[in-house]
Design a protein around this ligand. Structure first.
Ligand code: ZN
Length: 305
């Protein structure tokens, strides 16, 4: 066995790659996620990647959640045609190979730990800040998936027990303060306007914050402070030493990371919490595929042992 098949399934894009044991991508392809019959698109993508390439020995899949690892099913929030969809079994039938499944942000964390910003860290939290906030933990080199596969859902950690109601049903979740749409929502409510003809989103807000626009700067300060509270709490619970932040909002750069460092300095107390290193992603959108490949490699090694 010289490679594994890695698959990354999101609401907007499907990606697949053949990845060797060192993490090098042998072949890869992507296509948009269709609104219906996602499985046919996935089958065509797998065919494109595996066609006349080396035969993979196992499949690793990172998929948007929630998922149920015991049942091998997925119900991605932004893919309404998949509810309790038996993804693991369908891909096993499609490929005839052993299949291992995890959440997309868990795979991002594992990928960054294997090949990216978190390389060599004893314990890592990966965070994806975009439309929502996802996360994954890698403890002693092993992804912490949780019984049903939903461990690491740090976006729904409460940072204000008296805070606003979140879409998940909880209250004061960090996602309610720090995701892209919520950054823009708060800024708009406080007098910010997007430049003419541009969507009022986190990207425009980041540009205005970088230019020093007061409300835009304040929006990122507020979002960064909520993120810092979540990171400090997670560090206190798990002793993560490294936090890697990816997702569209992380592209904001210093307007996010500078106030985040200041807030962590203010919020963190115990020395091991204060020692947490926060870094931007180095793999970007490739982190999920890298993590899915690592899952498959680890799975085949444990199966062989
Ligand atoms: Zn929530």
């Amino acid at each position: 066995m010289t490679c594994v098949l890695a698959i990354d399934i999101g609401g907007t894009k499907l990606a697949a790659a053949l990845v060797d044991e060192a993490g090098s991508v042998v072949r890869s392809a992507t296509r948009p996620t269709p609104r219906a019959d996602v499985m046919s698109a996935l089958a065509a993508l797998v065919e494109e990647v595996t066609g006349d390439g080396p035969a993979p020995g196992a499949v690793g899949i990172g998929c948007a959640g929630p998922l149920d690892l015991e049942a091998g099913t997925v119900s991605p929030v932004n893919m309404p045609s998949w509810r309790g969809f038996p993804l693991r079994e369908e891909v096993r039938k499609l490929t005839g190979l052993p299949v291992v499944l995890a959440g997309d942000a868990q795979c991002m964390a594992l990928g960054e730990h294997w090949l990216g910003s978190g390389r060599g860290s004893a314990a890592l939290l990966g965070i994806v800040v975009s439309t929502g906030i996802g996360g994954g933990l890698v403890i002693d080199g092993v992804p912490l998936l949780g019984r049903s596969g939903n461990a690491g859902h740090v976006g729904h950690m409460t940072v204000d027990p008296y805070g606003e109601r979140c879409e998940c049903g909880g209250r004061g979740c960090v996602e309610r303060y720090s995701s892209g749409p919520n950054l823009a929502r708060w800024a708009l409510a406080n007098g910010w306007q997007a430049p003419d003809g541009e969507p009022a989103d986190a990207r425009a807000l980041a540009r205005d914050a970088a230019a020093g626009q007061e409300v835009a700067v304040a929006a990122f300060e507020r979002g960064a402070r909520a993120l810092a509270a979540m990171i400090a709490s997670t560090a206190a619970a798990t002793e993560v030493s490294t936090v890697v932040i990816g997702g569209g909002v992380s592209a904001a750069g210093p307007v996010l990371f500078d106030p985040l460092a200041r807030a962590l300095d203010d919020i963190g107390g115990l020395p091991f919490v204060r020692a947490v290193q926060v870094k931007p992603t180095t793999l970007g959108v490739r982190a999920g595929l890298a993590g899915a490949a690592k899952l498959a490699w680890d799975y085949s090694r444990s199966a062989a042992a």
